[in-house]
Design a protein around this ligand. Structure first.
Ligand SMILES: Cc1cc2nc3c(=O)[nH]c(=O)nc-3n(C[C@H](O)[C@H](O)[C@H](O)COP(=O)(O)OP(=O)(O)OC[C@H]3O[C@@H](n4cnc5c(N)ncnc54)[C@H](O)[C@@H]3O)c2cc1C
Length: 547
């Protein structure tokens, strides 16, 4: 095949997995039309396709939150690397229940990126190891500025920066200040090498981890196995090099719920085809409604499958219990889990290994996980009011403690660390944390004073809080604006930016976390290779045809 039309010039700001997904979709689209593409990539990291979260050089201790059996990101292009499952099998890792490391996925994604770039039939790629600092309109085109140069013109720009640099929240800013004045240690959970290196000198220190989400499990591994300890038969064998004590804390102290142990148990949470069709229809109606009505329609479609699955698993709740749970969850996500954190952890483990029947929350969370692609399809391509978008996104985010749960093995490791008194789960309200000469006193107990603080909370993609100069400038020029307070940028279903006057900025698109609110459920590699990338590619292609 040879490309005949002038090449479409596209600038990619960022080259993580989502950019790779978009590039593949564009190549597929343009190959079918013999349309040439000239891509310029701007990214100061040389992690094409993998991005920082799947950096192949990170330790093997950072695990994916999805087992191999559920990772469905096979390329539709014919690439030598093939799908990730086949790639893993060739490397001698055939276990479909295994949670691979993020480094393993990153090595695959980098190869996949090289394979796409090698498809020279329609594509040329130029890489700039640089951060984009500004974007300007230039007639019908766009230009990209970096710290040293100006590039363009481009027909299209795709912004795929993941979570851009964001203002430090007040609590953390105060703590950084405290750490500097008192010569204490305050650090971020990533990149892992910083924590792994610093932790080798913490054997006489107590460590606090702010946040009890998936990143907390990574940090715990860096501080234990990463310091030479081992887990054997659900017990931890210390090396002596780990910190004296670790406090993992959050506002409610509750750990997330692990995923079902294997495919057999996981299948029991599958929806039947009519239940999926009913949910899809309900969601399609819901997005056009006011927030309360929207959630009511969604809940109506969840009640019957949750009741069926619960009864098949001898769960002992009924439809009224499910409705009540959903309504409380809508008003106060997580508030109805009031057990001691350690009891929640134990109970979560028994539900995930199948030895205890699942609660309403556990069933709803697994159903919601299995519906993620349907939720994206129904939400992302629909017109919806900001209030309705906020309500549905809020419900999705709140359920993540179930739907984005860790591997069961990680939950068991946490329990083993608690059993050997190395780790405590703490309920900590900010005003109760005292800044003292020795560090941070977490609760009213002198023993709970830590001299190292690690942040395992990811900043929200709120446009208002983003400090990345390129995004700040686009916002000050009214090109980017929020969908609702606290959301990311407003975009159309094919990713085009909608400016403050409500007009589309033709040729400037955003995909992923930076547009949360216009889109939902972005924090997944599935979304990086999902339908939104194809809608974007189709949009680029049709705009070029209409020029
Ligand atoms: C710690 C962590 C673990 C995760 N684990 C999982 C998991 O197990 N499974 C899963 O499905 N999802 C996981 N996620 C969600 C994950 O973010 C996505 O799946 C995926 O990494 C998103 O890819 P992305 O390309 O949108 O962003 P990124 O991977 O962050 O890539 C964005 C790229 O843009 C570049 N960039 C940013 N700003 C600029 C600029 N101004 N100029 C030029 N380049 C720029 C960055 O350098 C970066 O390379 C995890 C997220 C985090 C934070």
């Amino acid at each position: 095949m040879s490309a005949s039309n002038p090449a479409i010039k596209v600038a990619f700001i960022g080259m993580g997995p989502r950019a790779l997904g978009a590039l593949e979709a564009l190549v597929e689209n343009c190959m079918a039309k013999s349309q040439a593409i000239a891509v310029s990539v701007f990214d100061e990291l040389q992690l094409g396709g993998a991005g920082p979260n799947f950096d192949p050089d990170q330790s093997e201790l950072g695990l994916l939150n999805t087992p191999m059996r559920a990772l469905q990101i096979d390329p539709s292009l014919n690439l030598p690397c093939g799908g990730f499952n086949d790639w893993q099998k060739k490397l001698g890792e055939p276990d479909s229940d295994r949670f691979a490391s993020r480094a393993e996925l990153g090595a695959y994604l980098e190869q996949r990126y090289r394979d796409v770039v090698g498809l020279s039939e329609v594509l040329t790629v130029t890489c700039h190891k640089a951060r984009a600092t500004a974007l300007q309109r230039d007639g019908d085109h766009w230009r990209v500025t970096t710290e040293t140069e100006d590039y363009g013109p481009f027909d299209e720009i795709l912004l795929v920066p993941g979570q851009p640099q964001t203002k430090t929240d007040d609590q953390w800013a105060t703590w950084e200040d405290h750490a500097e004045k008192r010569d204490l240690c305050c650090m971020q959970a990533y990149p892992d090498r910083h924590v792994l290196k610093a932790a080798s000198e913490w054997s006489d220190r107590k460590v606090g981890i702010r946040g009890l989400g998936l990143s907390t499990f990574d940090v715990l591994r860096y501080l234990t196995v990463g310091q030479g300890g081992t887990f054997e038969n659900d017990a931890y064998q210390p090396s002596g090099s780990e910190p004296k004590c670790i406090y993992a804390f959050s506002l409610n102290g509750q750990p997330p719920f692990p995923k079902p142990v294997d495919g057999t148990l996981d299948q029991r949470f599958d929806l039947k085809d009519p239940e999926i069709e009913n949910f899809v229809a309900a969601l399609n109606d819901a997005v056009a409604e006011a927030p309360d009505q929207a959630l009511t329609l969604i809940f109506d479609a969840l009640v019957q499958p949750a009741a069926r699955i619960g009864s098949e698993m001898f769960a002992g709740y009924d439809v009224d219990d499910i409705r009540e749970w959903l309504e409380i969850e809508r008003d106060a996500p997580g508030d109805q889990e009031t057990h001691e954190p350690i009891d929640t952890l134990r109970h979560g483990i028994t539900m995930a290994d199948g030895s205890a029947p699942p609660t309403v929350g556990y069933v709803i969370g697994q159903i919601w996980r299995k519906l993620q692609n349907d939720i994206r399809a129904g939400f992302n391509s629909a017109e919806k009011s900001p209030e309705t978008a906020k309500a549905i996104v809020g419900f999705d985010e709140g359920l993540k403690r179930y739907s984005y749960g860790p591997p069961l093995s990680s939950a068991r490791e946490l329990l083993a660390l608690i059993d050997c008194k190395l780790v405590s789960l703490a309920v900590v309200e900010d005003p109760d944390i005292a800044l003292v000469r020795q560090g941070w006193r977490l609760i009213d107990d002198k023993a709970a004073t830590v001299s190292v603080m690690i942040n395992a909370v990811l900043a929200p993609p709120s446009l208002d809080k983003i400090t990345d100069p390129m995004v700040v400038k686009l916002k000050s020029e009214n090109i980017l604006r929020e969908t609702y307070e606290g959301s990311g940028a407003h975009t159309t279903p094919d990713g085009q930016v909608v400016n403050a006057d409500g007009d589309v900025s033709t040729g400037l698109c955003v995909l992923g976390r930076l547009s949360l609110g216009s889109v939902i459920a972005v924090d997944s590699v599935h979304d990086c290779f999902g339908a939104s990338t194809h809608r974007w590619a189709e949009g680029v292609s049709s705009r070029m045809q209409n020029r």
